[in-house]
Design a protein around this ligand. Structure first.
Ligand code: C5P
Length: 247
């Protein structure tokens, strides 16, 4: 890791599926002009690669090797999620299905897989800074982050947000099925032995149920304002002139 990477400040945003964390993290990264790590996408790509190469989701040694050699590229885009290329093929949308989300959650419970993906995630730390989105960003991957946020939302609210997203994409599912899937995924994420989903001790928890996406981003910007931990030259708010969020 270069000196520039070591010095780049980090904001971690962790939380369960459907808390809006992906959209919020990406908006915040754009707002600050920082790099963005969607760590869930990495686990999803591994789930897809396992499917592609017919590797069983409980074959830990084979998945570890697959994770170590994963040929994946994240191509950053302004005002959008990164494009994701697996073995030369665009998989940006392909990894967003519920099936691949479940595969990601199964492979993510395997300790050897998590270790294999650690340095790949840490490589995203680059100047001028990084917004890292996931489950264990503040607890395991970047425990020295300057600002740690943990997003909360009720199961029902998360399921109805997900239902809306899927409907917009023309995918038909029932609210009941989504609630059951989220419940199962929560259980797996919270109860796994390594890097379980939980807030870091020094994380700021935000309940997103009563807030819009823009309000959550605003709340984070005010935390950044107040945060003394950012060195003056790196403090993102020193570089921002327009603090308003686009409607
Ligand atoms: O955030 P997203 O829904 O894309 O993540 C998919 C799955 O990947 C999660 O349900 C979780 O099990 C796993 N994951 C993880 N650690 C992370 C990010 C995601 O275990 N840092």
């Amino acid at each position: 890791m270069t000196r520039q990477q070591q010095n780049a400040p980090i904001i971690t945003i962790d939380g369960a599926s459907g808390t809006g964390k992906g959209t919020i993290s990406q908006l915040l990264a754009d707002r600050l002009g920082w790099n963005f790590l969607d760590s869930g996408a990495l686990y999803r790509v591994l789930g897809l690669a396992a499917q592609k190469h017919s590797v069983a989701l409980d074959n830990e040694p084979a998945l570890e090797v697959l994770a170590q050699h994963l040929d994946v590229q994240f191509i950053a885009r302004k005002n959008d999620f990164p494009r994701i290329i697996l073995e030369g093929e665009e998989v940006t949308d392909l990894i967003r299905t519920e099936k691949i989300g479940n595969a990601a959650s199964i492979v993510g419970a395997l300790p050897a897989v998590r270790t294999a993906l650690l340095s790949r995630q840490r490589d995203f730390r680059e100047a001028p800074g990084l917004v890292a989105d996931g489950r264990d960003m503040g607890t395991v991957v970047f425990p020295d982050a300057e600002l740690k946020i943990f997003l909360l939302a009720s199961l029902e609210e998360r399921a109805s947000r997900r239902l809306k997203q899927l409907k917009e994409r023309g995918i038909n599912v029932t609210l009941h099925d989504l609630i059951e899937e989220l419940r199962a995924r929560d259980r797996r994420d919270k109860e796994r032995a390594v890097a379980p989903l939980k807030p870091a001790e020094d994380a700021i928890c935000i309940d997103t149920d009563p807030l819009t996406i823009e309000q959550v981003v605003e709340r984070m910007m005010s935390e950044i304002y107040q945060k003394k931990a950012f060195p003056a030259t790196l403090n993102p708010v020193n570089k921002i002139t327009d603090m308003s969020v686009a409607e």
